[in-house]
Design a protein around this ligand. Structure first.
Ligand SMILES: NC(=O)c1ccc[n+]([C@@H]2O[C@H](COP(=O)([O-])OP(=O)(O)OC[C@H]3O[C@@H](n4cnc5c(N)ncnc54)[C@H](OP(=O)(O)O)[C@@H]3O)[C@@H](O)[C@H]2O)c1
Length: 380
């Protein structure tokens, strides 16, 4: 068996995370999972969960080992999630691992799903398989974040995304925003859309930009497009009403919708509340619960500022993806990315945790989790 220390486990687990990422956008509502098998001769097989309903990572890894003639008896399997122990669309992975004679299973993150939690581990241990958990668990949690959020909180993980100039504008004072970032960045943005179960904008963006909100990337599915349009004021000529993709129009409860809406457009009624001195606001918690009930695990909120502001005010932004273009546009009336009520004091500011910066052509991308819990009015 391979040595039992972190120096060996962690690089293999990192490689398994890379394999798992291949399934993002393809396997929901299942989580993305990667697995690597290594035996005494240091022969290696790999597998990942490639599509919903298809073999799990462990089964794919064992199949790869068998077809390459790699001995699995006494081997070690490194897997990003606790192996399942229940019969679902595919047989339990724990049994496949036991049948293959694997001697040791090393996993990163436990599976909180009530159907499977702990079952596979018990079966493995009862069969004499050594089990080690928690290897690079924080990274495992990042990979699984949408699945964990949906399983534990019943709502999708919310990522707010915006593109802005160096001086923090997401459009000019006249509302023009085509384009802030480079073609390369916009290609990245379209691909990322395919990682999410749904993408959401406000009616202001639909009216100003007439966006398609599709992925247009080989092999990626288009997310459900959600438009918050409390007054059902959408124009008949908007592109997303006439293409083949799905649209969910979120209107205030009791609102009459226009006759011209095509049949494919589903209307979701959500209660609205009137805050002092402002227009009625769609209840973000209620909306997220309803999206969660539909199995949506990750929601990309693409704007504009009013919509993103409502999500921040509701304390429901888990992550951000910020694209910064090396340009200046100025203008006192040119919007920034987050409207809403905002916070009164710098001491209450939401912090970007674990920030990661990437160059995208001439632009820069910041990805971070947000410290909403425990801060001012966001403390819920
Ligand atoms: N650079 C970027 O990343 C980016 C991204 C998107 C948009 N933009 C730009 O942003 C501008 C549009 O932004 P915007 O802020 O005016 O529009 P928006 O946020 O797209 O839409 C705002 C409208 O959506 C409705 N709405 C959204 N959330 C709501 C809630 N919780 N409750 C009730 N109503 C809600 C309201 O409609 P009613 O008015 O009917 O009540 C509100 O006025 C455009 O210039 C666009 O080009 C830039």
């Amino acid at each position: 068996m391979i040595p039992g220390d972190a120096e060996i486990h962690e690089p293999l687990m990192s490689a398994a995370f890379e394999l798992a990422r291949r399934g993002i956008g393809r396997v929901a509502p299942n989580p993305p999972v990667g697995a690597i098998l290594i035996n005494d001769e240091l022969q290696v097989a790999e597998g990942w969960h490639a599509e919903y309903g298809g073999p799990h990572a462990e089964a794919a890894c064992l199949a790869a080992a068998r077809s390459a003639g790699i001995e699995t008896r006494g081997s070690t399997m490194i897997v990003t999630l606790e192996p399942c122990g229940h019969e679902g669309k595919t047989p339990p992975c724990s049994q496949a691992i036991i049948d293959a004679g694997v001697g040791r299973v090393i996993y990163s993150h436990p599976d909180p799903h009530p159907v499977t939690r702990g079952r596979g581990l018990q079966q493995l241990e009862a069969a004499g398989v050594e089990v080690i958990g928690g290897v690079l668990e924080a990274e495992g949690a990042r990979l699984l974040a949408p699945y964990l959020c949906h399983t534990q909180r019943g709502r999708p993980l919310v990522t707010a995304k915006w593109a802005m100039t160096l001086d923090g504008r997401i459009a000019s004072a006249t509302g023009d925003s085509k384009w802030i970032t480079s073609e390369e960045t916009r290609r990245w943005t379209r691909e990322r859309r395919g990682h999410h179960g749904a993408i959401l904008v406000g009616i202001g963006t639909v009216e100003a930009d007439d966006p398609q909100l599709t992925s247009r990337t080989e092999g990626m599915k288009d997310p459900l497009r959600v438009v918050i349009d409390p007054g059902a004021r959408i124009s008949a000529d908007r592109q997303l009403l006439h293409d083949s993709g799905d649209v969910l129009l979120v209107v205030q409860e009791g609102k009459t919708v226009p006759d011209f809406l095509p049949e494919k457009v589903e209307v979701l009624e959500v209660p609205a509340h009137r805050k002092s001195g402002s227009a009625s606001q769609i209840d973000i918690d209620d909306l997220l619960r309803k999206l969660g009930d539909r199995g949506i695990q990750s929601l990309l909120v693409e704007g504009g500022a009013v919509t993103i502001g409502h999500f921040f005010d509701a304390g429901k932004v888990d992550r951000c993806e910020v694209l910064i273009a090396p340009k200046v546009i100025g203008g006192a009336k040119a919007p920034g990315p987050v409207a809403g009520r905002g916070l009164e004091m710098m001491t209450l500011a939401i912090e970007a945790l674990d920030p990661r910066w990437t160059d995208l052509g001439p632009d820069r991308l910041l990805e971070a989790s947000l410290s909403l819990a425990g801060r001012g009015r966001y403390n819920r």
